[in-house]
Design a protein around this ligand. Structure first.
Ligand code: ACO
Length: 465
């Protein structure tokens, strides 16, 4: 199969959100702490009527409806999530209900778990399957999503929720390029060891350093592999080895750097970290090639180059200089992918793909055609990858069917008391069985799946509004 990648996409998110400006007042913190300090605008939330299974049923059933997918045409489903319910029983098995009536139980793939990285593990699995010798000619679906909530405290405003369903197959408009730069390590920055709570154990400052260390290393491995491959093909991409020169868009440069990409999507825990990350990539390009013309405005470059890498993560001067240098570039090349992050907050595994969906929704298809999109996936713990997607085809269908911007706009802004109340209900009833949810179904989108009840054996029953 040729040009394996994304054929279709659908986003799902809860119907209610709070404004981060309101939350600053509600929490009694200085104005600007969440909106400027974290770069957040809104944060969606849900109560006990939704769980990861309803997110999955909603996103995947809507994808299938909008693209008129024959259930028998799906041969693989990979799930990426860290919102765990039945632990040993995967979310994927819940999705099998959507294929039962058509008699399709021959669907490979289960859940992938590692904080926000599970989605990327899932999507790499699906792509690899289509490209493998065990491919049976059918398409794959990736479902990814999470309910991102934190205990009261400084992490709470960096929560959110959301999900994404992705149709994967050959001859796709969005093609995954073959080079991945990956960085994984053993880190206790964010994990969920306490099964009696939905909340993670999080070391905020360590999670930020872990994220930026992963970004540096994944990008460095990507550049190394890219440059080696480009050198092998005479310093430029010549259409072999999985590369093709962009006909009406960006052709692959001889050497990897930020200027070789048209758009960048970063996993977004909160907006400010994405701005820092973009500055950080520019800093990496500067260290690799300080005399490049784009860095001519940097005064005293030797002083920056003298800072050891380990110290550079906490160096505010480096951070400020490169955020400021990359500001205009960010507005043009990164900001168009921030719509979901701004409206929904952190969607954990779905955050990166919500970013891609935002880009498709924001940039006109004729502009996007032929372009290269850099992707940075990160999950605490930690797992990360840097790679690129090439827009080979028309994104009009995905954009139209998703109708993302209008749907994001229609999320209802409610008082912060509702947010805190919803989290309290979840907190108090986590692991309860039997259980009858008390949240109003009026707060859900019409026609969506919701949690009806949990019986005394912890089995969940779902219904549709
Ligand atoms: N106006 C403007 N800016 C402000 C204000 C204000 N009134 N008050 C604080 N700030 C700025 C700070 O100066 C700081 O800026 P900096 O990042 O440039 O240094 C920023 O807001 C954050 O404030 P802090 O006091 O440093 O941190 P805080 O206690 O608010 O916690 C944190 C932030 C650590 C991100 C917390 O929300 C958290 O733990 N979140 C969950 C973990 C997370 O998302 N990690 C990211 C990667 S891992 C993942 O994806 C889950």
């Amino acid at each position: 199969p040729k040009d394996v990648g994304i054929l279709g996409m659908e986003m799902y998110f809860p119907r209610r959100c709070i404004s981060q400006t309101d939350l600053e007042v509600f929490d009694g913190v200085p104005s600007g702490k969440y909106t400027i300090g974290l770069g957040q605008k809104y944060m969606v939330f849900t109560d006990d009527r939704e769980d990861i299974n309803t997110f999955a049923l909603n996103a995947v059933s809507s994808l299938m409806k909008k693209y008129n997918i024959d259930p028998k045409s799906i041969g693989r489903i990979d799930v990426g999530t860290e919102t765990i319910i039945d632990k040993a029983k995967s979310v994927k098995t819940v999705l099998m209900q959507l294929f039962e009536e058509a008699g399709n139980s021959d669907i490979e793939g289960v859940d992938n778990i590692n904080a926000c990285y599970g989605s990327t593990a899932a999507i790499f699995n699906a792509i690899n399957w289509v490209e493998s010798s065990s491919w049976d000619g059918r398409n794959a679906i990736v479902f990814t999503g999470d309910i991102a909530i934190y205990a009261e405290g400084s992490a709470r405003p960096s929560g959110g929720a959301g999900a994404c369903a992705i149709l994967i197959g050959p001859n796709a408009p969005l093609v995954f390029e073959p080079i991945h730069g990956t960085f994984m390590s053993h880190t206790y920055d964010f994990f969920k060891p306490n099964l009696s709570s939905e909340y993670p154990v999080v070391d905020g400052p360590l999670s930020i350093t872990t994220y930026l260390t992963a970004l540096d290393n994944a990008y460095a491995r990507y550049c190394e592999k890219y440059n080696k491959r480009a050198a092998l093909t005479n310093g430029h991409a010549n259409g072999t080895n999985g590369y093709t020169n962009g006909v009406n868009g960006h052709s692959e440069p001889a050497k990897a750097s930020l200027s070789g990409f048209d758009y960048m999507v970063y996993h977004s825990p909160y907006g400010k970290l994405v701005q820092k990350s973009h500055g950080r990539i520019m800093y990496n390009d500067f260290v690799a090639n300080p005399s490049a013309p784009e860095f001519s405005s940097i005064e005293n470059p030797e002083a920056f180059l003298a800072v050891p890498r380990a110290k550079s993560y906490s160096d505010k001067n480096i951070e400020k200089t490169f955020i400021s240098l990359s500001k205009g570039h960010y507005a043009k090349h990164v900001e168009p992918g921030m719509q979901c992050a701004q409206h929904c907050g952190n969607m954990y595994t779905a955050s990166l793909y919500g970013g891609l969906a935002s880009l498709i929704a924001t940039v006109p298809p004729e502009t996007l055609q032929g372009k290269r999109i850099a992707m940075f996936a990160f999950g605490s713990g930690c797992a990360s990858s840097y790679w690129a997607i090439k827009v080979k085809g028309d994104t009009t269908e995905i954009r139209t069917k998703m109708n993302l911007l209008a749907r994001l706009e229609s999320i209802k802004v409610v008082p912060c008391e509702e947010f805190v109340g919803a989290l309290k209900i979840r907190e108090q009833n986590h692991n309860a069985a039997p259980y009858a949810p008390t949240g109003s179904i009026e707060n859900l989108w019409p026609g969506s799946y919701y949690l009806d009840s949990i019986d005394d054996k912890f089995r969940r029953k779902y219904a549709v509004t």
